[in-house]
Design a protein around this ligand. Structure first.
Ligand code: FO1
Length: 308
């Protein structure tokens, strides 16, 4: 079993490549839920849905989230009724959130709901939320506090963030199956996801970081950064806010206590020596995933590293 920790669109692209290279039933995906949000009374789990839609062949590839070809009639009508419409929920996407919210209201856990959604969408990989409890990534500026989606979508990641925290994480538990998967996986992959808002919340759930340190499986991380910028999104800005620098070295430092191998961009080969000083093997690759062939190539390279 190959276990992937992920959040956001970069991780989902690698998972797409992995599912093309090995039997998807051999994959267990542990997803960030710190980005979860409530809109129009519905529980939305963007990172879980991005992975589920990717593996179901439904993802809107151009955007990296949502369902391809989706329409926005319901959202438009909600707008006429006075609702906020800056978070773009498509009509088909709404069905996922209606079903999730209904099952949660019938006392199913987020893990059980996630399992239902991935099964009914025909996804063979196991999909686990990091926790069944509500954990919310919050971002502080000098005078305001934002939820992740307010910061990322509404404010287009422009506010100067001074602090990021994961509300509720201290008292949370890993979802059923998460620690077992990390302990018994044959390889663990940390996706090329934002280390502060995608992987950070997963690592902050009590027990998960220790499980990564203790597993006998090879743990391979993939950098989400090239040079001093994220491939997509605000990872470099949020890393700077957290005092982590803005390079792949900062990501390696954040994971060094449990990482065996770190894959960095060819452009970052000069960082190899400093990464290896952290006791982490550094490997270079073309980490941009702009096409199905790119995703498969990187997936093959990462699989070769975890299988060693
Ligand atoms: N991202 C955007 O940039 N704009 C949106 O309006 C938006 C809506 C949305 C709806 C459902 C969903 O599952 C994801 C959505 N995303 C949107 C992406 C989401 O903000 C990000 O994928 C993650 O939370 C980042 O990890």
């Amino acid at each position: 079993m190959i276990v992937v920790l992920t959040g956001g669109t970069g991780g989902a692209k690698l998972i797409d490549g992995l599912a093309a290279e090995i039997d998807p039933a051999e994959l267990t995906i542990i997803c960030n839920t710190g980005d979860d949000c409530i809109f129009h009374g519905l529980h939305i789990s963007p990172d879980i849905d991005t992975v589920a839609y990717t593996l179901a062949g439904l993802i809107d590839d151009a955007k990296g989230w949502g369902i391809k070809g989706d329409t926005f009639t319901t959202l438009e009508q909600l707008g006429r009724l006075g609702a906020d419409t800056w978070f773009k929920l498509g009509d088909k996407d709404f069905a996922t959130h209606l079903m999730r919210t209904r099952l949660l209201s019938e006392s199913l856990t987020l893990s059980q709901v996630t399992s239902h959604i991935r099964r009914t969408l025909g996804v063979k990989a196991a999909l686990l939320p990091m926790s069944d409890e509500r954990i919310e990534t919050r971002l502080k500026t000098a005078d305001k506090e934002f939820s992740f989606q307010e910061y990322f979508v509404k404010e287009r990641w422009q506010p100067e963030v001074s602090k990021v925290f994961y509300a509720g994480v201290e008292k949370s538990k890993p979802a059923p199956g998460v620690l077992d998967a990390i302990g018994s996986g044959s390889g663990i992959i940390i996706g090329p996801s934002n280390p502060v808002t995608s992987i950070g919340p997963i690592l902050a759930v009590p027990g998960i970081r220790d499980a990564l340190k203790e597993t006998s499986a090879t743990v391979v991380g993939v950098s989400p950064i090239i040079g001093a910028s994220a491939i997509t999104g605000p990872a470099h800005k949020l890393m700077a806010a957290m005092g982590m620098g803005t390079s792949a070295l900062g990501v390696a430092r954040a994971y060094a206590d449990f990482l065996d191998v770190f894959v960095v961009a060819n452009e970052d080969k000069s960082l190899r020596a400093e990464i290896e000083e952290l006791n982490v093997r550094a490997v270079t690759a073309d980490i941009r995933m702009n096409s199905p062939a790119d995703k498969k190539r990187l997936a093959r390279e990462v699989l070769a590293l975890v299988k060693k």
